[in-house]
Design a binder for this molecule. Structure first.
Ligand code: GDP
Ligand code: IMO
Ligand code: MG
Length: 424
């Protein structure tokens, strides 16, 4: 059996959590491969609305095994809170959740370093979620990090103190106060004790055993392709590889085992945090999308920037990820619009291009739009594809032609049930 990957094609928040939850019954295993509690994945079903940060979105499905892979960075405090919330809902977490020993730990000082780095950047700040993600991945690649497996060693506390001292020196040089540290450390060590009781595993072996025993795996991405450390709008990106290749390195799965790649996009675009966003609408239309789509961050509550769909960016993400199946979410949000716009090209210095230029941060591009008719009706009750209003069917057909990949799933509302599977 092989591994399918599901990931975001824009700047995150495309609806990954919802679609993973919908697809999870078809899989034996759901595995997160990168990112950390900067993610906020929302699931809605049976009157419940739940946001997951570290735990894979298959956790609510009976018989589903959920793996947090080596590529993820884990904040034990957030993880503990997430688990306790699930236990409060009678989800049998200990039966369903397995955590990689090789996942790196987010320390309290990583969070302070994140805040210090953003404060120093001033107006050039990334707009980080301040969850300590960047500094933790820096320590990982700098070969200084602490990993989940280290908490099983007697030397954990001394290793922790050594790294903390290094961080304190850095914080001093950045002139950043550490008054909050004592309280943060107390919670951290309580959560480390809690983490010790969980199913800590050598996840690369586990994943490969699943593959050999023909169990099906869905790898769940966090963030989005345009936030990828290599291919996103650098430096306004996150610190991990959010793309398909990240599933291989973040789970210890060889590329030949990857089968389908589900790429998710919204029928428009959003971005939270700083950085280039060619189709951003700083006007009443953008505000209308934000309101209708309830576009506020699931992790930080920040208002999301909104704009029209961007095909040069989407094509790029499809190419980098090898997307085989597209999922479009939130067309229902655009139901009030007479016309819908899609960016087909950019113009730079009078020249028309259909790809993302190298320095999108310093090269202002002007989007060129195609106008398409709006559907002007409520989509949220639609259950089958033959109920799509003609303009929506036309919109999807036109996108498939432009992108050369089938749109196999359409989501018409936040609930699990509001999902139309078009093509298997
Ligand atoms: P993720 O990070 O990709 O999992 O996405 P988020 O959970 O951060 O943000 C997506 C938001 O849109 C959540 O509030 C979802 O409940 C909601 N959502 C998902 N799909 C749809 C949809 O098709 N229509 C509407 N209106 N909301 C949706
Ligand atoms: P999900 O998985 C949207 C953004 C932040 C910031 C940049 C760097 O829910 O789609 P970081 O905290 O990683 O250092 O922030 O990336 N960002 C996200 N935006 N959805 C997310 O996750 C995000 N995770 C990080 O806003 O611009
Ligand atoms: Mg999110």
């Amino acid at each position: 059996m092989s591994v399918d990957v599901l990931l975001g094609l824009q700047w995150g928040d495309e609806g990954k959590g919802k679609i993973v939850d919908v697809l999870a019954p078809e899989y034996d295993v759901v595995a997160r491969f990168q990112g950390g509690p900067n993610a906020g994945h929302t699931l809605e079903f049976e009157g419940i609305k739940h946001v997951l940060h570290t735990i894979p979105s298959g956790i609510f499905r009976a018989d589903s095994i959920n793996v947090v892979g080596n590529g993820v960075v884990i904040d034990p405090v957030t993880l503990r809170k997430e688990i306790e919330a699930l236990l409060g809902m009678n989800v049998p977490v200990s039966k369903r959740l397995f955590i990689s020993r090789k996942a790196n730990l987010i320390l309290p000082t990583h969070r302070l370093l994140d805040a210090a780095s953003e404060a120093l950047k001033g107006v050039d700040k990334i707009g980080s979620t301040l969850r300590g993600i960047g500094p933790t991945y820096m320590d990982k690649t700098g070969r200084n990090g602490l990993r989940v497996g280290d908490i099983e060693s007697d030397a954990f506390t001394s290793r922790y103190e050594k790294l903390k001292l290094k961080h304190l020196e850095l914080l001093r040089s950045m002139n950043y106060g550490t008054e909050a540290l004592e309280a943060l450390e107390k919670d951290f060590f309580t959560a480390i004790d809690y983490l010790r009781q969980l199913n800590l595993v050598d996840s690369e072996h586990l994943m490969n055993k699943f593959i050999q025993s023909k169990r099906s795996v869905l790898a769940e991405g966090a963030q989005g392709s345009l936030l990828d450390i290599d291919f996103g709008s650098y430096p306004f990106v996150t610190s991990s590889n959010t793309i398909t290749a990240g599933a291989c390195t973040g789970l210890g799965v060889a590329p030949r085992h990857i089968n389908k790649v589900y790429g998710i996009f919204k029928a428009y675009c959003t971005r939270v945090g700083s950085g280039p966003f060619p189709t951003e609408l700083n006007d009443a239309t953008g505000e209308a999308i934000r309101k209708s789509g309830n576009e506020f961050g699931a992790t930080t509550g920040r208002p999301r920037r909104c704009g029209w769909l961007d095909l040069p960016a989407l094509r790029y993400a499809i190419m980098i990820n090898g997307v085989t199946d597209l999922t479009m979410t939130k067309p229902d949000v655009l139901s009030d619009f007479d016309d819908i716009y899609v960016c087909t090209h950019y113009e730079i210095n009078g020249e028309r291009i259909d790809y993302m230029p190298y320095d999108i941060v310093h090269t202002p591009v002007t989007p060129v739009y195609k106008k398409l008719p709006g559907w002007k009706c409520d989509l949220t009750g639609i259950e089958r594809e033959d109920q799509f209003p003609l303009p929506l069917a036309g919109y999807i057909a036109w996108l498939e032609e432009q992108l050369q990949v089938p749109v196999s799933i359409v989501s018409v509302g936040p609930n699990r049930k509001q999902t139309i599977i078009r093509k298997k």
